[in-house]
Ligand binder design. Structure first.
Ligand code: SAH
Length: 233
């Protein structure tokens, strides 16, 4: 008798943006693994606002660093724990913020469990940039426009080439490219800059004000949607 394992996407912050399917998987789980610490966990904040039993939630801390060695050690030990629980018939949920298919490090765990013959069912969620578009009533891509989603690793020149060829650009992990964005904006005022912070939380912020956006320090939970504007003569 083996338990089930679900990768449950929670949406970007607003509890009501979770899907019914994801909520059901959480309610059916005996143990819910959730990234974060006692004092800081966006995923736990979302779980707390939902009708689920918080006693089933196990927080785990993932060290944040470009070098993934320590993070992967944490994930490996949780996978071993999960394998033992599943063998006794327990249902497990592993949460991911937004949609688990977008820049989510828990995929390392999903792959590891699959390699241990413990396949995961992933449940879709609303990615942060989709929720961002909605709070500002933005028609993110129109007609034949193309969308490019970037993980904060970008130069001003690459942005220029994408936007001048008519692409709409989403930049996640904005804090990783603050100075490049500032540099790009200095000579490219013609584009539409839509800046978002903490979408779906009480600290939500949305701005299209060029002067504000160009001098801001971008926090971790921020993103930008840039729509191409006409080149000034
Ligand atoms: N899986 C997530 C993305 C994880 S990567 C998703 O589908 O949205 C983390 C990045 O996502 C952050 O650096 C930020 O750019 C963006 N992000 C996630 N939640 C956000 C929120 N509530 N408001 C603004 N940006 C958010």
């Amino acid at each position: 008798m083996k338990g089930k394992i679900s990768g449950v996407s929670l949406g970007p912050g607003e509890p009501e943006l979770i899907t019914l399917k994801a909520l059901k998987a959480l309610q059916e789980a005996d143990i819910i693994y959730c990234p974060g610490t006692q004092t800081k966990s966006r995923s736990r904040d979302i779980l707390q606002a939902l009708p689920i039993n918080m006693e089933r939630v196990r927080l785990f801390h993932v060290p944040m660093s470009k070098d993934r060695t320590l993070a992967n050690q944490t994930y490996d030990s949780i996978c071993t724990e999960i394998a033992a629980l599943v063998a006794t018939g327990k249902n497990i949920a592993i949460t991911a913020e937004g949609d688990s298919g977008f820049y989510s490090s828990v995929n390392y765990m999903f792959d590891k469990l699959a390699s241990m013959n413990l396949p995961i069912t992933t449940i879709a969620g609303v990615p942060a940039f989709i929720a961002a578009g909605a709070i500002s009533g933005l028609h993110i891509v129109k007609q034949e426009e193309k969308l490019v989603v970037l993980p904060g690793i970008i130069t001003a020149e690459e942005l220029d080439s994408l936007l001048t060829s008519g692409h709409v650009v989403v930049i996640m992990k904005l804090s990783q490219c603050t100075s490049e964005i500032h540099r790009f904006m200095q000579t490219n005022r013609q584009h539409e800059f839509h800046y978002y912070e903490n979408v779906g939380t009480i600290n939500e912020l949305h701005s299209t004000n060029y002067e504000d956006i160009i001098q801001k320090d971008y926090p971790y939970f921020s993103l930008m949607i840039i729509r191409p504007g006409k080149q000034l003569a």
